[in-house]
Design a protein around this ligand. Structure first.
Ligand SMILES: [Zn+2]
Length: 243
C-alpha cells in the first residue's frame, strides 16, 4: 500500500468518498478555487466547503483568499499539504501500533478460562480456586483459545508496520503551482491592457491636436454638462422656497 492509498483510506474514514475525489483534484495543483472544485466534483459550493472544513480539522488543507473583481467577493483557493498529512498519519499509526502491542502482550500473558454455557470467564488463578468448575452449572471450565485473536492482532501489526515504512519515505506528491501561474498571466494581461489604454489615449490626444474637426464634439459635451448643472440650482431654489 503506497502513501496515497493510506491517505485516501484515512480521508474516506473522516470525510467520505467525495473527499477522496476532492483529494484527487487537490493533488494535481496548488491554489484551486473552491468554485472550480465544486464544478469539477459536480456538487454545490456548500458541499465542497463542508468537505474542505473536515480536512481542515486535521490541517490537511490551507487556503488563500483573493478578491474577485468581477463578482465583488472573496474567493478561497485551496492547497493540500501532503507533508503535514504524512506526519499526522505517522503519529496516528504509531499510536495505533502501541495499542495493538499492548493488547498482544495481555493476550499472551493472561489465560482465560470460560464455561461453555457462557456463565463465567476468569483468569487462571480464579479458575484454580474454583477447581475448574463453573459455580453456576458445574461444567468444566475450559481454557479459551487465544490463538485466533493473537493471529488477528499480529496481522494488524504487520499491516501497520508496512504502512509506517511507506510513510517514512519522502513525499513524492507535490501539487503544481499552476493556478499561481494563471494568476500571474492574468496580471500580465491586465498590465498589457492598461498600457494599451495609455497608448490609445496618447494617440487620441495627438489626433485631437492635429484635427480641427474634433473640438465640435467637445463643445457638445460642455453643453450637456451645463444642462446637467441646472438641476442643483433648481433644487436650491425649491429648498429656499420651502423654508
Ligand atoms: Zn456454567
Amino acid at each position: 500500500m503506497d502513501f496515497l492509498s493510506i491517505l485516501e483510506n484515512f480521508v474516506e474514514s473522516i470525510a467520505g468518498k467525495d473527499a477522496v475525489k476532492l483529494l484527487g483534484l487537490l493533488k494535481e495543483r496548488e491554489n484551486i478555487s473552491e468554485f472550480k472544485l465544486a464544478e469539477d466534483l459536480k456538487i454545490n459550493i456548500n458541499q465542497v466547503r463542508n468537505l474542505l472544513y473536515k480536512l481542515n480539522a486535521y490541517n490537511f488543507v490551507y487556503s488563500t483568499r483573493r478578491k474577485d473583481k468581477d463578482k465583488g467577493l472573496y474567493i478561497y483557493y485551496w492547497t493540500f499539504n501532503f507533508k503535514h498529512a504524512r506526519d499526522v498519519l505517522t503519529t496516528r499509526k504509531n499510536h495505533e501500533l502501541g495499542n495493538l502491542q499492548e493488547e498482544l502482550k495481555k493476550e499472551n500473558e493472561q489465560r482465560y478460562y470460560a464455561c461453555k454455557n457462557g456463565d463465567i470467564r476468569v483468569e487462571l488463578e480464579e479458575a484454580m480456586e474454583l477447581g475448574f468448575k463453573c459455580p453456576e452449572c458445574g461444567s468444566l471450565l475450559q481454557q479459551e483459545d487465544s490463538t485466533k485473536k493473537i493471529g488477528e492482532i499480529n496481522h494488524k501489526i504487520t499491516t501497520l508496520n508496512e504502512e509506517l515504512e511507506e510513510l517514512r519515505k519522502p513525499v513524492s506528491i507535490i501539487p503544481k503551482p499552476e493556478e499561481e501561474v494563471k494568476v500571474r498571466k492574468a496580471r500580465k494581461k491586465k498590465i498589457k491592457k492598461a498600457k494599451k489604454k495609455v497608448k490609445r489615449a496618447k494617440k487620441i490626444k495627438k489626433a485631437k491636436k492635429t484635427k480641427k474637426t474634433k473640438p465640435r464634439k467637445i463643445k457638445k459635451r460642455v453643453k450637456q454638462k451645463k444642462s446637467s448643472k441646472k438641476r442643483p440650482k433648481l433644487l436650491k431654489r425649491l429648498r429656499k422656497f420651502r423654508f
